[in-house]
Design a protein around this ligand. Structure first.
Ligand code: IMP
Ligand code: MG
Length: 167
């Protein structure tokens, strides 16, 4: 679906945009594990600002390729976020339930702001409205893997984003 070169160009554009928007503020990137680890690593290096990086482990229970929207935190942040500008980094927003849940959770911790940066968005499958402040690509309803995204924990190491046959 997207080559390593196409992804690289788009990630650098997002990084430049984030650099401009947060020029006078301190920023903390929150990488939503596991799918976002590759994107967050590249995005962090495309942002030319002093920043913190933290990790949040989540698991959403669901059958097969469907999310249930019940989000379990498997690893919490290592540092408080009160009064901090937070950018949540997500691999893909599908139903939107995961990111909506995380936005609600984060608001209870009184950060200065919370924005969302997602590499991919499947608007066709949206079940809740979420504002995506920075978006890499809008895609059709196919199951995609690579660049951190998995299918049953495989394919995360592909340098490109591919489509699972028949999805
Ligand atoms: P949501 O809660 O439905 O928005 O689902 C978000 C999560 O589902 C993502 O962080 C991914 O882990 C997973 N997911 C959704 N669609 C795909 C896909 O096409 N490929 C791989 N993972 C996906
Ligand atoms: Mg996943």
């Amino acid at each position: 679906m997207f080559s390593a070169e196409q992804i690289g160009i788009r990630v650098r554009e997002l990084g430049a945009q984030i650099t401009r928007d947060y020029a006078d503020r301190s920023l903390a990137l929150v990488c939503v594990l596991k799918g976002s680890f590759v994107f967050a690593a590249d995005l962090a290096r495309a942002i030319d600002l002093p920043l913190r990086v933290d990790f949040l482990g989540v698991r959403s229970y669901g059958a097969g390729t469907e999310t249930s929207g019940v989000v379990q935190i498997t690893q919490d942040l290592s540092y408080p976020i009160a009064n901090e500008h937070i950018l949540l980094v997500e691999d893909i927003i599908d139903s939107g339930l995961t990111i909506a849940h995380l936005m609600d959770l984060f608001r209870t911790r009184a950060p200065a702001s919370v924005r969302v940066c997602a590499l991919l968005h499947k608007p066709v499958r949206s079940r809740v409205t979420v504002a995506i402040d920075y978006l890499g690509f809008t895609i059709e309803d196919r199951f995609v893997v690579g660049y951190g995204l998995d299918c049953a924990e495989r394919y995360r190491n592909l340098p490109y984003i591919g489509i699972i046959d028949g999805s």
